[in-house]
Structures are given as structure tokens and as C-alpha cells.
Design a protein around this ligand. Structure first.
Ligand code: NAD
Ligand code: ZN
Length: 379
């Protein structure tokens, strides 16, 4: 029997307060409104961005909220005006959208859609500002327009990428954020040349996806930098050829890298969220041609300092959300890359828990253990 148009009662992991364990409970999910789709989530995984907004130490707190933005699901019903997807379609909800009409969407260079670009502060839906989630009538806020830690969620149609229904749900899930972000930061933004050298700051899933991108671009040296030495063994599987732990040196890591490479790397990708690492990532690229790309999400009040001479010496600093991919236009093709075995995803998924144990996924990430933890919604 169809449940379209009706309120659905289902399980969700609700963050009631900053830093307190999520609580898995029954909530209500309203039907999708104009230009919205309601999606049944099968698998979702935890990205560090969820953890920052849950901790809310350096970010504006907004609670109660349903976090989660890396996921895979099937469209259950669609609201008025939705023609691009229909019930039964397999989709990846994406934290930054694509309206396909604004100057950014029409530009080849940008994925910063005017209407649907990442917005970490918004707790309601674009259409009417209201939330589609509630618990006994009390509203629960959305996160990044995706809120995938719920069996059902409501997403703007511009924030879903329709993908090949044959793609395994529990694998391509990680393309909805982390893997596309890291991989795209390398192949779309840093663009290392064959034989070049690449430094990757932060060897979590995003950083290792950036390393995977460097491997595909046939970089000859891929230098992994992390404060957690446990990351180094794993990173070998992702093509990292050398490792540096900033804690092992009594000088800035950018100087260590410059010495290792005869003046600096051709490009670097920062995937930590630490401003210290951002400065190092910029200053460790070679003068004359080096390109540094920032990916890590900073805290609200962050700023960083570097001497302007580094720019004058012809270094380039860039930044990117979602690896510069346009979610609806580009992601179906990235899924096809995985289907054709041109891109490996399975090795990013190191843990798996049922929704009831979602707090374990947070513990793994806070301990720096493993890469992605898959959360099974129906288990
Ligand atoms: P993660 O926690 O799994 O990995 C981060 C790694 O960085 C850890 O191994 C940690 O030890 C290391 N690290 C922290 N500070 C460091 C420092 N100063 N020097 C060297 N290494 C350091 O996180 P993740 O899920 O891989 O996400 C990485 C970053 O990317 C986060 O900041 C996340 O919010 C951000 N992110 C950005 C986008 C985007 O579109 N720009 C998308 C997804 C995630
Ligand atoms: Zn993410």
C-alpha cells in the first residue's frame, strides 16, 4: 500500500544536545512539498562534518537535529513539480545541490549553486522554512538539507543524484560525500600531472580518496601527512608512498616536505579541518607552479596567516566543496566509474553497525579508528 501523501512514523537517530549520544527513536516525517522528494534511506555513513556539527564546539549549535549527509536511498514519493525522479529511483542525497538554472550551475567552473549550495545553518526546508521532522509535534531540524540518520528523509530535488539502480547501495553510499570530495579535489581541482608529487594532509576517508585520485592521475610520489601514526599502514593500500608525522619533527612540516622534494611538492590537498595543516599545505607546494587545495571544514571563527610572498612566488591556493562535482550532472558518471572498476570504494568501508549502534560510529571516528563506518538502517 502506498504511503505517499501521509505522515510516516519511522526510526531516526536524533541529536538532542551537542556532544550527547544520539537517541534512536520513533519520529514523524511529513510528506514532501513542492520540489521535494521523500527518500527511504538504506545505508548511511558517518563523515567528520557530522561530528563537528554534533560537537558544535566551533560551529553554531542547532538542536534537536537529525544529522547525516553521506547516504544512499530509494525515492518513496515526490512532491509537486518534481519530474526528474520518481518513486523507486535509486538516489544519493548530496549536501550541496544543483538547481541547473543559476549562473553557477550554468558555468562549467563552479558547483556553488546559488539556490542550493551547502548551508550549515539552515534547519528547515527551502520551500517554506519549516521542518518535515517532528517528535510528538515538536519540530526537529534538518542538517545540510539531507538528514540521512533517519529511515525516511525529505530532500530538495536539486540535492539528489539519480544513479544506476544496479549499483550496490552499501558501497556507492560513500560517493555521496567523502569519496567524491577527496577524489574530485585531486582530479578536478589540484590536477597533478603524470609523474608529479602530491602531499595529502589528513589520511581519513576524504584524504585517502584524494590519494586515490593522485594514484589515478599517475602521480609518482604521494606523501601522506597525519598526526595519527596508525593511519600510515592503511594509507599504503591507497597508494601513499611516503609518510610524515608532524610530531616527529622539530620544524614545520612544510620545511620537512620541501627538503624531501627539492623545494616542494607539485600539489597538496588538505583534508583535516585544522588551520595549521592548511597553512602547511599551502607553504609546502613548490614555488613557480605549486597548487594547494583546501577541503577540510574550518571552525566558525577560524582564520589563518601566511606571508604574501608565498603567493608572489607563484603558488596557488584553492578550496573546494564536494570536489567541484556538480551533484546531479556528474555523480551518476562517478558511480559508473565504480561499476567499471576504475574507482575502488570497498576499501574505504572499514566498519558496519545497525542504526541502533550509531553512537559506535561516532566513537570510531573520534578515536581515529578505521575510515568509513556504514550504518545499516533496516538492521
Ligand atoms: P577523519 O577524521 O576521518 O580524517 C581526518 C584526519 O586528519 C585524521 O586522520 C586526523 O588524525 C588528521 N589530522 C587532524 N589534524 C591534523 C593536522 N594538523 N595535521 C595532519 N593531520 C591531521 O575526517 P574525514 O571524514 O576524512 O574528513 C576530513 C575533513 O574533510 C573534515 O574537516 C571534514 O569536515 C572535511 N570535509 C569537507 C568536505 C568538502 O566538501 N569540502 C566534504 C567532506 C568532508
Ligand atoms: Zn561529508
Amino acid at each position: 500500500m502506498s504511503i505517499a501523501g501521509q505522515v510516516i512514523r519511522c526510526k531516526a537517530a536524533v541529536a538532542w544536545e551537542a556532544g550527547k549520544p544520539l537517541s534512536v527513536e520513533e519520529i514523524e516525517v511529513a510528506p514532501p512539498q513542492k520540489n521535494e522528494v521523500r527518500v527511504k534511506i538504506h545505508f548511511t555513513s558517518l563523515c567528520h562534518t557530522d561530528v563537528y556539527f554534533w560537537e558544535a564546539k566551533g560551529q553554531n549549535p542547532l538542536f534537536p537535529r537529525i544529522l547525516g549527509h553521506e547516504a544512499e536511498g530509494v525515492v518513496e514519493s515526490v512532491g509537486e513539480g518534481v519530474i526528474d525522479v520518481q518513486p523507486g529511483d535509486h538516489v544519493l542525497p548530496i549536501f550541496t545541490g544543483e538547481c541547473k538554472e543559476c549562473p553557477h550551475c550554468l558555468s562549467e567552473a563552479s558547483n556553488m549553486c546559488d539556490l542550493l549550495r551547502i548551508n550549515t545553518e539552515r534547519g528547515g526546508m527551502l520551500h517554506d522554512g519549516h521542518t518535515r521532522f517532528s517528535k510528538d509535534g515538536k519540530p526537529i531540524y534538518h542538517f545540510l538539507g539531507t538528514s540521512t540518520f533517519s529511515e525516511y528523509t525529505v530532500v530538495h530535488v536539486g540535492q539528489v543524484a539519480k544513479i544506476n539502480p544496479e549499483a550496490p547501495l552499501d558501497k556507492v553510499c560513500v560517493l555521496s560525500c567523502g569519496m567524491s570530495t577527496g577524489f574530485g579535489a585531486t582530479v578536478n581541482v589540484a590536477k597533478p600531472k603524470k609523474g608529479g608529487s602530491v602531499a595529502i594532509f589528513g589520511l581519513g576517508a576524504v584524504g585517502l580518496a584524494a590519494a586515490e585520485g593522485a594514484r589515478v592521475c599517475e602521480a609518482s610520489r604521494i606523501i601522506g601527512i597525519d598526526l595519527n601514526p596508525n593511519r600510515f599502514e592503511e594509507a599504503k593500500k591507497f597508494g601513499c608512498t611516503e609518510f610524515v608525522n608532524p610530531k616527529d619533527h622539530n620544524k614545520p612540516v612544510q620545511e620537512v616536505i620541501a627538503e624531501m622534494t627539492g623545494g616542494g611538492v607539485d600539489c597538496s590537498i588538505e583534508c583535516t579541518g585544522s588551520t595549521q595543516a592548511m597553512v602547511s599545505a599551502f607553504e609546502c607546494v613548490h614555488d613557480g607552479w605549486g597548487v594547494a587545495v583546501l577541503v577540510g571544514v574550518p571552525s566558525r571563527d577560524d582564520s589563518f596567516k601566511t606571508h604574501p610572498i608565498h603567493f608572489l612566488n607563484e603558488r596557488t591556493l584553492r578550496g573546494t566543496f564536494f570536489g567541484n562535482y556538480k551533484p546531479r550532472s556528474d555523480i551518476p558518471g562517478v558511480v559508473e566509474k565504480y561499476m567499471k572498476k576504475e574507482l575502488e570504494l570497498d576499501k574505504f568501508i572499514t566498519h558496519s553497525v545497525p542504526l541502533l549502534d550509531i553512537n559506535k560510529a561516532f566513537e570510531y571516528m573520534l578515536r581515529g579508528e578505521g575510515l568509513r563506518c556504514m550504518i545499516r538502517m533496516d538492521a
